[in-house]
Design a binder for this molecule. Structure first.
Ligand SMILES: NC(=O)c1ccc[n+]([C@@H]2O[C@H](COP(=O)([O-])OP(=O)(O)OC[C@H]3O[C@@H](n4cnc5c(N)ncnc54)[C@H](O)[C@@H]3O)[C@@H](O)[C@H]2O)c1
Length: 280
């Protein structure tokens, strides 16, 4: 049992999934977000509202923490200036504060968008170089590189989880390859926390999907063994009659729609527009 875990992005979709399992892994869970506190807190959970971009708000949270589960960020493509505070400076504030407080390990929610411009059928593994599809992906690359540097220069460990599509169910044809179930997210984060040593490790955050397009073989020592498989939803998803254009770069690249969204423009808005046009 750890003494204290800090969870950023605690009010977000994935933070909400993680609060309860994390609270069972530590004596104290300190949850934080720029948003207001959740309505009810767990018995050993405290909540502090804080902006990642403000070092003086982040630093005090780290006192006595052994691990930081860093899931807070602006979660969309947007102008560089929009991402600069939460995603770039925010990540630096986490690493710098964690290091000075003697934190042992950070679990960082990276993204497929750090390698989003690779062709989906290239079959990349964890040796592939960064190839971001957006400023959002670029911030993930920046944080991954910073995390490796903090390990190599300062001995602060990190597991970077390159999450693909973490949703309750796979919602479209792409997600048959990219889905990460909520229970598998919990398995992934739990392994990242309870593995005795990780140094600096990257791992793709996907379930045990038959149609997975990337290989986690080089991180198998982490012991992450996903149990869910998007294939269980294939009939439902493909039954919607989706016929993706095979020439369309968004179906050819790992980053999906983010691979074609113009730099600085919202990918989430584009996805919404496309799914409305498809009658979803
Ligand atoms: N959901 C996915 O499929 C997916 C895929 C890849 C990566 N990720 C990553 O996982 C993490 C969590 O994603 P999510 O789906 O829960 O997103 P989310 O938008 O639901 O949650 C992000 C949280 O970060 C908080 N936040 C934003 N700016 C902040 C700031 N300046 N200071 C403090 N908190 C701030 C938001 O208030 C929000 O609660 C993110 O880092 C995201 O990039 C998610």
């Amino acid at each position: 049992m750890l003494k204290k875990i800090v969870l950023t992005g605690a009010c977000g979709a994935l933070g909400t999934v993680l609060r309860e399992p994390l609270s069972r892994m530590a004596e104290t869970l300190l949850s934080t977000d720029i948003a207001a506190a959740p309505e009810t807190l767990l018995p050993n959970e405290t909540f502090v509202q804080a902006d990642l971009a403000e070092r003086d708000q982040i630093e005090p949270l780290m006192e006595g923490a052994e691990m930081v589960v860093h899931f807070g960020s602006y979660v969309d493509e947007g102008p560089f200036e929009t991402l600069l505070g939460p995603n770039f400076i925010g990540a630096y504030n986490i690493y710098e504060s964690a290091y000075h407080a003697g934190v042992r390990r950070v679990i960082f929610s990276s993204s497929v968008h750090s390698v989003g411009m690779y062709r989906a059928n290239e079959g990349i593994d964890l040796d592939a170089r960064h190839r971001p599809d957006t400023f959002y992906g670029l911030a993930k690359c920046f944080t991954e590189d910073m995390a490796r540097m903090y390990w190599e220069k300062r001995g602060l460990e990190t597991v970077s989880l390159r999450i693909f599509s973490c949703t309750p169910e796979p919602g479209n044809a792409r997600a048959l390859s990219t889905w990460l179930s909520y229970p598998d997210l919990v398995r992934l984060v739990s392994r990242s926390i309870d593995s005795p040593t990780v140094g600096y490790t990257e791992i793709f955050g996907i379930s045990n999907n038959d149609r997975a397009q990337v290989s986690n073989a080089k991180a198998s020592f982490l012991g992450y063994r996903p149990k869910d498989n998007a294939e269980d939803y294939a009939d439902k998803v493909l039954g919607k009659g989706l016929k993706p254009d095979p020439q369309d770069p968004q179906h050819m690249c790992l980053g999906g729609p983010f691979a074609i969204v113009p730099l600085g423009e919202s990918g989430v808005a584009m996805i919404r527009k496309m799914s409305e046009a498809a009658g979803d």
